[in-house]
Design a protein around this ligand. Structure first.
Ligand SMILES: Nc1ncnc2c1ncn2[C@@H]1O[C@H](COP(=O)(O)OP(=O)(O)OP(=O)(O)O)[C@@H](O)[C@H]1O
Ligand SMILES: [Mg+2]
Length: 316
């Protein structure tokens, strides 16, 4: 058997939930702050048309080019114009591929295979420049979130310990498993982060038990409690690691811990794939093994490739 190996460069992590307002952007920014603290060259991609990650990183651009134009035409000149340096940057990079309300127009509820590979194509141009890419996604499971997942190595799901958030986390887990099975085995759920926990609340403690049963070891520690410092630092567009308020350093350490777990899981994943000689990258890494990851049917019948490309792959 021919064993192919592709160099591993950047690690890509999506932060998602199918429920709004649970803390996706807060967790994405906390992880970005931890990455900066660790000296990683980091790119945050703001796929949410609300653009909260872009604002939270204080990113402004003169060009008006955003992720919306990038996904429409992933050309290197467009990509360069849509990436700006965040004022957070230090000796290591903190760049933002900026969001735009225009990306809402791309959030098709029934995306094609061609649609969902677009961000992966973008990352092939950038993989040598960054150690880590963090993607903030919208609170839905339409094209934008799926595009993020197809480009990712791991997804962190964020949930509050409340009924509807827990249901949404379970739904998201199933959707990730479906995309992983159909399109890109590289994609895995890292786990579920609990946010806005109030330890005195009986309801919250009950839901934590439920999450524990549903996700087992994939229920990630530590849990993030309801803390004013998190809200304030995000509102001020400052990294939690540099926020002076009481309690901020403890939260910053929790993000360090979460990031360390994510990085080590992605590195172990890389080694495992190397050992068994399985194709590790979709298009990132040198060549173009998309065809090896898309179900065989497409390859067997090149004449119908176009029709296959248009086929809707995902159940609702
Ligand atoms: N642990 C926390 N303690 C206190 N406030 C928090 C915490 N986590 C998030 N928040 C606040 O809750 C609000 C929603 O958080 P955030 O914007 O991160 O959620 P989201 O899931 O990204 O929302 P959306 O679905 O709209 O993108 C924000 O005002 C944020 O500052
Ligand atoms: Mg958000």
């Amino acid at each position: 058997m021919l064993i192919k190996r592709y160099p591993i460069a950047v690690h890509v992590l999506s932060v998602s939930s199918l429920k709004g307002g649970v803390g996706k952007t807060t967790v994405a920014l906390g992880l970005a702050s931890a990455a900066l603290n660790k000296g990683l060259n980091t790119l945050v991609i703001d796929l949410d048309p609300q653009c909260d990650a872009t604002s939270g990183l204080g990113a402004v651009t003169e060009f008006g080019t955003s992720i919306a134009e990038v996904l429409q035409a992933p050309k290197i000149s467009t990509i360069r114009r849509a990436i700006v340096q965040s004022p957070w940057h230090q000796s290591s990079k903190m760049d933002v591929l900026i969001g735009s309300p225009r990306s809402l127009l791309l959030d098709n509820p029934a995306p094609t295979v061609a649609d969902v590979w677009k961000l992966e194509e973008v990352l092939t141009h950038l993989e040598d420049e960054y150690d880590l890419v963090i993607i903030d996604t919208p609170p839905s499971i339409n094209a934008l979130t799926r595009t993020a997942w197809v480009a990712s190595d791991r997804v962190i799901l964020v949930t509050e310990p409340s009924l509807y958030s827990v249901i949404a986390a379970d739904r998201a887990r199933k959707a990730i498993a479906e995309i992983s099975a159909k399109l890109t085995p590289r994609l895995q759920l890292l786990g579920v982060v609990v946010n806005r926990l109030r330890t005195q609340s009986n309801e919250h403690n009950y839901r934590i038990g439920e999450l524990q049963e549903m996700f087992g070891e994939q229920l990630l520690r530590p849990f993030f409690e309801e803390r004013a410092a998190l809200q304030q630092s995000t509102g001020a567009a400052k990294p939690i690691h540099a926020w002076p308020a009481e309690g901020a350093s403890e939260i910053a350490k929790s993000f360090d811990w979460l990031l360390a777990g994510a990085l080590s899981d992605m590195e172990i994943g890389d080694q495992k794939r190397d050992r068994v000689g399985v194709v590790t990258r979709a298009t990132r890494g040198h060549h173009n093994p998309i065809s090896e990851l898309i179900p065989q049917k497409i390859e067997e019948n090149p004449q119908s490739r176009r029709a296959n490309k248009k086929k809707r792959w995902f159940s609702r």
